[in-house]
Design a protein around this ligand. Structure first.
Ligand SMILES: *Cc1c(COP(=O)(O)O)cnc(C)c1O
Length: 416
């Protein structure tokens, strides 16, 4: 979104205020051209023989977003069988879907085998159970390289205390189990977490994974997960994917030469592909000055965008209706009956009741984490591409909230 002659414009010259008028607020808008740009950046950054980008769809599972990424050539990374089903609905070939769950029982893996997706095993217990049932179904093993990475401990998943993956220190046990059950292992995986700032740290973890990989003789794929960082503020650091790609490709190609085979390199970006494509538009319902604070109270809350409350994530907030007013210091809060703060002490152009505010970086982990708390409906979603807007999810209604409820009066007397 850019300021053009004192007014904000989305890609393709789309007026965000017109979208808010047409679809109402709160409203999620995703810019497909930005997704395309990010996809092309990452898929162009690696100079290797075989590369697959598997979009980590827990970031945003809107079917039209999934279908758009499929058209661009992306595969999919799914953490639940329901995400796999969404991927199939969006037209993905099961062969380019990886199923990377955590803390699930064997039944979910059995369903994944039926669908025919790539399976990533996250514990030795599951490896044993799975292998005894499906020794010929090739699997991937998720290794935990124990690096502490990422901005927020909640989304750092590769460290020593993490529940994810199998510790690389347990490699001898993994090899013993694989040998005993004759499990076919064609794929090895790691995912250290979100928002890794440091290329060196990533390379350290990658070295650990490559060392593990040497012990498996029938690999076709090595999957290095994700961790790419995006900008939340205009001057933020973002992963320099082009530079990283150059360093990484060289190391990967050397490894393939040593291994004696051109392995397929896989990455699973979520945030990198979709975070910056998203805008969340809300309306200032009330501007309220208390003794210490000026609050902008908006028509949404953590039921729609929980990242600020959940892990202190920063989402830039701007006044779209009147971007040119004097900057004032506001605290932006939602309408949920708990502490429900989107941003504290933010400089925002002077806001009056009825103005539309925009929260940035709303493409990843925003709608997918939304709920119906306070019995409020979830927002509509709109996808824009080349100057056109497409409604890709209707706003919910009270019917959606009532659906599946079974109203029983337990005090009613049985008929005599
Ligand atoms: C969440 C997740 C990702 C994506 O992480 P981002 O930080 O959004 O890029 C990739 N792989 C796995 C296994 C994940 O769980």
């Amino acid at each position: 979104m850019q300021l053009q002659d004192g007014k904000y414009q989305l890609a393709g010259g789309i007026d965000p205020l017109e979208l808010c008028k047409k679809y109402g607020t709160p409203l999620y808008v995703y810019d497909a051209e930005k997704i395309e740009h990010q996809y092309k950046r990452i898929s162009g950054a690696f100079d290797v023989k075989k590369l697959e980008i598997h979009y980590a769809c827990k970031a945003n599972t809107n079917l039209s977003v999934l279908q758009f990424l499929r058209e661009l050539g992306s595969g999919l990374d799914c953490v639940s069988i329901e995400e796999v089903e969404l991927g199939i609905t969006a037209g993905f070939d099961p062969k380019v879907i990886t199923f990377t769950p955590n803390s699930v029982g064997l039944e979910e893996y059995e369903r994944a085998v039926e669908i025919g997706v790539k399976i990533n095993v996250d514990s030795i217990s599951i490896l044993e159970q799975f292998g005894q049932k499906f020794p010929h179904y090739p699997v991937s093993i998720r290794i935990n390289p124990h690096v502490m990475a990422g901005m927020y401990s909640q989304i750092s998943v590769g460290h020593i205390d993490s529940k994810f993956g199998i510790s690389f220190h347990q490699l001898p046990l993994v090899l013993r189990v694989v040998e005993e059950i004759k499990q076919k292992v064609d794929h090895i995986h790691m995912h250290t977490g979100s928002d890794i700032l440091d290329v060196d740290l990533f390379m350290n973890a990658a070295e650990i994974l490559l060392n593990v990989a040497k012990n498996f003789k029938d690999l076709s794929f090595i999957d290095f997960g994700s961790g790419f960082k995006v900008k939340y503020k205009p001057n933020d650091y973002e992963t320099n994917i082009e530079e990283f790609g150059e360093v990484f490709s060289k190391r990967f190609n050397d490894f393939c030469a040593e291994y004696g085979k051109d392995l397929t390199l896989i990455f699973e970006p979520g945030k990198f592909l979709v975070s910056e494509s998203g805008y969340f538009f809300v309306k200032a319902n009330v501007v309220k000055q208390t003794t210490s604070t000026v609050f902008i109270c908006v028509d949404s809350g953590f039921n729609h965008l929980i990242r600020p409350m959940f892990y202190n994530a920063y989402h830039r907030i701007e006044n779209v209706t009147d971007p040119n007013g004097r900057q004032r210091i506001y605290t932006v809060v939602g309408n949920i009956c708990e502490t429900d703060t989107f941003g504290v002490n933010r400089r925002i152009a002077e806001t009056i009741e009825g103005d539309i505010l925009c929260m940035h970086n709303a493409g990843a982990y925003c709608f997918t984490m939304a709920s119906n708390y306070n019995s409020r409906v979830r927002p509509a979603e709109v996808l824009i591409y080349k100057g056109k807007d497409y409604l890709v999810r209707k706003r919910e209604t009270i019917k959606d909230i009532l659906r599946n409820q079974v109203q029983v009066n337990v005090l009613q007397k049985e008929p005599a």
